[in-house]
Write a protein that binds this ligand. Structure first.
Ligand code: SAT
Ligand code: MN
Length: 590
């Protein structure tokens, strides 16, 4: 008798028609075998899936180039298929599940012909955690198969765990023929199912990541009373050895991965990494919020990663303990057979090819590494990994941070007055998109809690859910906003950022532990500069003051823009947050 899992795999194989089915056990030996297959047999654009990199300088590292039309997540081709549009909300592309399936069945018929179907049983979260979920993804490309070994807890134990149950998260992935016109990433929350075709890239293809752990999981969280968030989790150790755990949401290009492994410039302070992208947060019986990182790997942007910006990540990438480490769409130093990207330390190599394999030099006027080129590396390779990483219960969260890149207006750090005010802070978050290339004034993209592309249901309901979670917490974390990017009148960043961000984190944990007072403004509580450790910073006092300045009369445009954004959620938008906005508006117009 076959199990529901075996039956499901059979059924998908009937449709996609692979030449063989390869059940993965998750071992290192197997991963080496699959990388070999990717080097010798499988091809994209007539090129092998992997090439081996210099094993002396980058142990266990391999290089991968994706199809040139397939270098990032494609939000316009991503759909959430609830039975009705209202549940998906204005923040999602929506298609009726029946229509979506008709489309996908047509596109998937025979899509794995001549290819191998890898069956990947994996856990999101520690297998002993009450919060973890058993999942199975099918894919027809070796790159995805070994990436999932790095990013998740992959192994045959999961098959035993699923046993005869129908209750596992399903993912069906095929690269198809990479045609962007036949590319879809479709989510079926009612069936815990993701169906993705036409893309081999990151969040489109590693279905345990954004597709399951955020879009589907956010729907589960709404139903079951927990939060699936796009957040870093870190422990901050003070000179006395006390560790305070925080979770932080930052949109892309705001230094999220750097924060996850921050190298402190304050003596005696250390940052321990739990996660760099996703947090699942549950309320324990004592009314505290606990977080786990469901992943086991980092899928980070390569350009800009260097000893100066993120020394711990460079060390992690060179560690080579857990097999393999992958580089996708970076440039390549042909003399040394090493990955290369803009911002990497050392002299510029003489003999570089770019991410499309073309001869490259600075005069070419392009970038050698695609700006969204990535590394994939196991958390177990990182020296900053928290000793609580594998704790099935996770870590207790004392502070939640919302951030964004704002050159004006938003202070370096603000503490909310209370949970509701903090939810309002997260909901009105925005980040500046760089439009410098086309000479336009940079614009602000609203991105509540950094979840706009990842909330699998109506964001009006999401805000309500956040408010409800607050009501259930006896001991709620304090909520803060941060902004490392405020500029002076010459347009230069005032705050040095990177390792010096520990100074802001120190103030945050001092507030959590009731060690310092704060100054009240209409938008929240800001530091008294005497309570912030700024020694050795070489920033004039008046500039430091500018960092925490709030002139509410300057906020009118900001509040108008926020109101416009909120309005799209109509009746779903919680009145509590409308009141918060009305209060700020009346302050601004006083
Ligand atoms: O491609 S991923 O979604 O995994 C990374 C990202 O775009 O944030
Ligand atoms: Mn992310």
């Amino acid at each position: 008798m076959s199990t529901p899992l075996e039956k499901w795999v059979e059924k998908q194989a009937e449709l996609t028609k692979p030449k063989r089915i390869y059940w993965c056990n998750g071992s290192e030996k197997e991963a080496r075998e699959i990388v070999e297959i990717g080097m010798r047999e499988e091809k994209i654009n007539a090129e092998p899936i992997f090439t081996e990199l210099n094993q002396k300088t980058w142990p266990n590292a391999y290089y991968h180039r994706s199809h040139p039309t397939d270098v990032a997540r494609t939000e316009q081709l991503t759909f959430v298929c609830h039975p009705d549009k209202e549940t998906a909300g204005p923040n999602n592309n929506w298609m009726h599940p029946d229509e979506a399936k008709r489309k996908l069945i047509k596109l998937s018929d025979g899509c794995m012909k001549g290819r191998t179907m890898y069956v990947l049983p994996y856990m999101m979260g520690h297998p002993d955690s009450p919060y973890s979920k058993a999942c199975v993804q099918l894919t027809d490309v070796s790159y995805v198969a070994v990436s999932m070994r790095v990013m998740t807890r992959l192994g045959s134990d999961v098959i035993k765990k699923i046993g005869n149950s129908e209750n596992f998260v399903k993912g069906l992935h095929s690269v198809g023929d990479f045609d962007p016109n036949k590319r879809f990433i479709m989510h079926f929350p009612d069936e815990s199912f993701v169906w993705s075709i036409g893309s081999g890239y990151g969040g489109n293809a590693l279905l345990g990541k954004k597709c399951f752990s955020l879009r589907l999981a956010s729907c589960l969280g709404l139903k079951e009373g927990w939060l699936a968030e796009h957040m870093v989790i870190v422990g901050i150790e003070d000179p006395q050895g006390k560790i305070t755990y925080i979770a932080a949401a930052l949109p892309s290009a705001c230094g999220k991965t750097n924060l996850a492994m921050l190298q402190s410039t304050l003596p005696g302070y250390k940052v321990w990494t739990i996660g760099d992208d996703i947090a699942w947060m549950n309320i324990d019986p004592d009314g505290r919020l606990w977080a786990i990182n469901p992943e086991t790997g980092y899928f980070g942007v390569a350009p800009g990663t260097a000893l100066k910006t993120n020394p711990n990540m460079i060390k992690t990438l060179k560690a080579g303990k857990f097999f393999p480490t992958l580089f996708t769409n970076t440039g390549l130093d042909l003399d040394k057979n090493e990955p290369w990207w803009e911002g990497l330390d050392g002299d510029m190599p003489e003999n570089i090819i770019d991410w499309q394999g073309k001869k490259w030099a600075p005069e070419t006027g392009t970038k050698a590494a695609h700006p969204n080129s990535r590394f994939t590396v196991s958390v177990y390779n990182s020296a900053t990994l928290s000793k609580e990483f594998d704790n099935p219960k996770g870590v207790p969260i004392s502070a939640i941070i919302f951030g964004g890149k704002r050159t004006q207006l938003i202070p370096l750090v603000v503490e909310s007055f209370n949970w509701q005010n903090g939810v309002f802070m997260g909901a009105r978050m925005g980040s500046e998109t760089t439009a410098a290339a086309i000479g336009l004034k940079a614009g602000v993209r609203r991105d509540p809690m950094s979840m706009l592309p990842f909330c699998g249901y109506n964001m009006g309901d999401y805000f309500k859910h956040w408010l409800n979670i607050g009501k259930k917490l006896k001991n709620p974390p304090k909520i803060f906003s941060v902004n490392w990017f405020r500029c002076d009148e010459n347009g230069s960043f005032i705050w040095p950022g990177f390792g010096d961000n520990i100074r802001v984190l120190k103030w945050i944990i001092d507030r959590v532990n009731n060690k310092v007072k704060a100054i009240s403004t209409p938008v929240g509580l800001v530091p008294d500069l005497d309570d912030m450790n700024t020694s050795g910073l070489n920033i004039p006092r008046e500039n430091l003051e500018k960092l925490v300045e709030v002139k509410i009369s300057d906020w009118k445009n900001e509040l108008d823009d926020t109101e416009k954004f909120f309005k799209q959620f109509g009746k779903k938008f919680p009145p509590e947050l409308e009141n918060e906005l009305a209060e700020l508006n009346s302050d601004a117009n006083r």
